[in-house]
Design a protein around this ligand. Structure first.
Ligand code: HEC
Ligand code: HEC
Length: 205
């Protein structure tokens, strides 16, 4: 018996998966679970080029659903890995904490609630529209994150601090339930961002 039909079926299944995942709302840089450490970029001599390469590596995290689900372009948070709309239907409200009667804190507490699979971390709320990343390329996210008109008037040091310490950022590596954590770990991610800032915080095209 020839193996060809089996191979063909596998190929078909694989391309179907690719097609299905390819239709996700926000383009993910790479579906990899690891992050290269910042030190592994030392061989790139030109600081600007190194800076862009560091940001591209960090973008594996930035474009991951654990981040993008809270940085949507619409008024509703997203969930799961296909970045589908949040159900129950909640809206951002005036300050990202939800509308009266449907505040995020009603369901989301300061830590994950495993019995019901509800994620949680201190100050759980939606990033403002000006900080929407859904559908953006790494270069676009990079320029937006540096733009003080859009990033909550944060200078570069504040951005680095936020990405290293913020409770909602750190949650992405301990998302609870069966959610896939963001790639790598929080420390490697923070070091990539520090090294990116130190090399001039250059953005990919
Ligand atoms: C009535 C309860 C309720 C309210 C109110 C609520 N949520 Fe949720 N939220 C949930 C539940 C339950 C889940 C888990 C759903 C699942 O995993 O299928 C969830 C999941 C999420 C996720 C998905 C995390 C991930 O990456 O998978 C995000 C983001 C989120 N909520 C943000 C918010 C924000 C922001 C608000 C306020 C504007 C809010 N939620 C209000 C119940 C609620
Ligand atoms: C539960 C929702 C939530 C999750 C999850 C989340 N964020 Fe945010 N993010 C916010 C909110 C709300 C703000 C605005 C409040 C603030 O500036 O402190 C914000 C702001 C930011 C900012 C400020 C600058 C800007 O232009 O966006 C950065 C950087 C950021 N988040 C990075 C991340 C990264 C990286 C991840 C994933 C590892 C992540 N966030 C996951 C809610 C979230």
């Amino acid at each position: 018996m020839s193996l060809a039909p089996i191979k063909a079926t596998r190929l078909l299944a694989a391309s179907l998966c690719l097609w299905l995942t390819g239709t996700a709302v926000a383009p993910r840089v790479q579906a990899e679970e690891t992050l290269r450490p910042a030190t592994s970029f030392a061989a790139i001599e030109d600081p600007a080029e190194r800076s862009r390469a560091l940001f591209m590596e960090a973008a594996k995290v930035l474009t991951h659903p654990r981040c993008v689900n809270c940085h949507p372009s619409g008024d509703r948070p997203l969930k799961h890995d296909g970045e589908i709309l949040h159900y129950p239907p909640v809206e951002r409200g005036a300050d990202g904490h939800g509308v009266v009667g449907m505040q995020c804190q009603t369901c989301h507490h300061s830590s994950n609630f495993e019995p019901a699979g509800v994620p949680g971390a201190p100050h759980w709320h939606l990033a403002p529209r000006s900080m929407a990343w859904e559908g953006l390329s790494p270069g676009e996210i990079c320029r937006q994150v540096k733009d003080r008109q859009r990033n909550g008037d944060k200078d570069l040091a504040a951005i680095v601090k936020h990405m290293s310490e913020d409770s909602l950022v750190l949650w992405a590596w301990e998302p609870g339930s069966d959610r896939e954590p963001a790639p790598g770990n929080a420390k490697d991610f923070a070091q990539l961002i520090v090294a990116w800032a130190e090399t001039g915080a250059e953005c990919p095209p």
